[in-house]
Design a protein around this ligand. Structure first.
Ligand code: TXA
Ligand code: MG
Length: 320
């Protein structure tokens, strides 16, 4: 793709104000941003990603006080969550104000809002004074970008600029929380866990309905081009797939039966915060190696491990 990558926040601001798309760093993953108040610019996001128009976007703002500009009837519990975790990897779904375009919200009467914890993103939001609509800056269905170069590799349509803010420190997408009455419902898991949320505002429900509220909940998502399987035991999978060429993504230990140059380790011990930071970069790197298969080891199903398994599960397919 023909696009400039740089660190000039002012240039990014000018382009956004002129209705162009700019990839921006956040603490979770890079976003493909446009002025949320400019319908044509927002439409361009869907075109650049190849994203279905009914999949709503998150709008990014610089401060909790901005939320009331775009949302109505904000429950106390939502305010408490935002005071505790924002700026940070948390998105809140709230009833929207009617002036907000259906193009942003995919025709819904709710809007997803978050405050990114990244200095360059916050500077950009303050400089433009705009709400920025931004999905992850990858083509629809592919792995989210955690480095500027991932954006460049994943999108094939021209965009205005890639603002390079270094490697994303959180590494997986924000936790998405909505409200049914006053009860918080988690629509997408992230590094802010159900325990973190219930410790702040009490009972929380994990969404288990059959209708897809957040297309991040679609089963196939975040996928490398190379088929990937999620397994309990690397040794068993290595035996099962011995006739294929494969690479291994595992979280803290090399398997000594498999050559080390075919393996990527995500963290040491049970440092799942580090594993989240490294996960997508490992998937991007493995996807370039030309293997028949990527074998990924399942995390223990607790805390951040659950969010990581969620992403790995969606990236995986049934391979026979
Ligand atoms: O960490 C993140 O959230 C990143 C960075 C760039 O902010 N953004 C991100 O955006 O992951 P995206 O578009 O890749 O995922 C947003 C998810 C989608 O699954 C979308 O369906 C859901 O949020 N969503 C957006 N608006 C919603 C709404 N009103 N109700 C329910 N889900 C919504
Ligand atoms: Mg995405």
């Amino acid at each position: 793709m023909n696009v400039t990558i740089g660190k000039e926040v002012e240039r990014a601001a000018e382009l956004l104000l002129a209705g162009k798309l700019v990839a921006i760093p956040t603490e979770t993953v890079y976003g493909l941003a446009a002025n949320a108040l400019n319908e044509n610019a927002v439409r361009d996001i869907f075109i650049a990603k190849g994203r279905p128009s009914n999949n709503p976007l998150i709008i990014h703002v610089s401060d909790v006080s901005e939320v009331q500009k775009y949302a109505v009837d904000v429950p106390d519990a939502a305010m408490k969550l935002m005071e505790r975790f924002c700026p940070g990897p948390l998105t809140i779904v709230l009833p929207k104000k009617s002036f907000l375009s259906d193009v942003v919200t995919g025709g819904r009467n709710t809007v997803a809002i978050r405050i990114p914890a990244h200095n360059m993103a916050l500077e950009l939001l303050r400089m433009t004074k705009l709400p920025l609509a931004a999905p992850s800056a990858n083509r629809s269905g592919y792995i989210s970008p955690t480095k500027a170069e991932h954006v460049w590799q994943s999108l094939d349509r021209e965009i205005g600029y890639i603002l390079d803010g270094g490697e994303c420190i959180t590494g997986i997408e924000s936790t998405i929380v909505g409200f049914e009455g006053d009860v918080p419902v988690i629509y997408r898991k992230g590094v802010i866990t159900p325990e973190d949320i219930s410790n702040t505002i009490g009972n929380v429900i994990e969404y288990s309905g059959s209708s897809i509220i957040a297309p991040g909940m679609l089963t196939a998502h975040y996928s490398p081009v190379t088929p990937m399987v999620l397994v309990e035991s690397i040794a068993d999978a290595a035996e099962q797939y011995k006739h294929k060429s494969f690479g291994v993504i595992t979280y803290n230990n090399y398997d000594h039966q498999i050559s080390i140059d075919r393996q990527m380790i995500l963290c040491s011990g049970s440092d799942y915060v580090a594993a989240a930071k490294n996960l997508y970069a490992a998937m991007h790197a493995m996807d370039k190696k030309g293997y028949d298969l990527i074998i990924a080891k399942k995390f223990p199903d607790e805390g951040i491990g659950r969010a990581l398994n969620d992403r790995l599960q969606r990236a995986s397919i049934a391979v026979h």
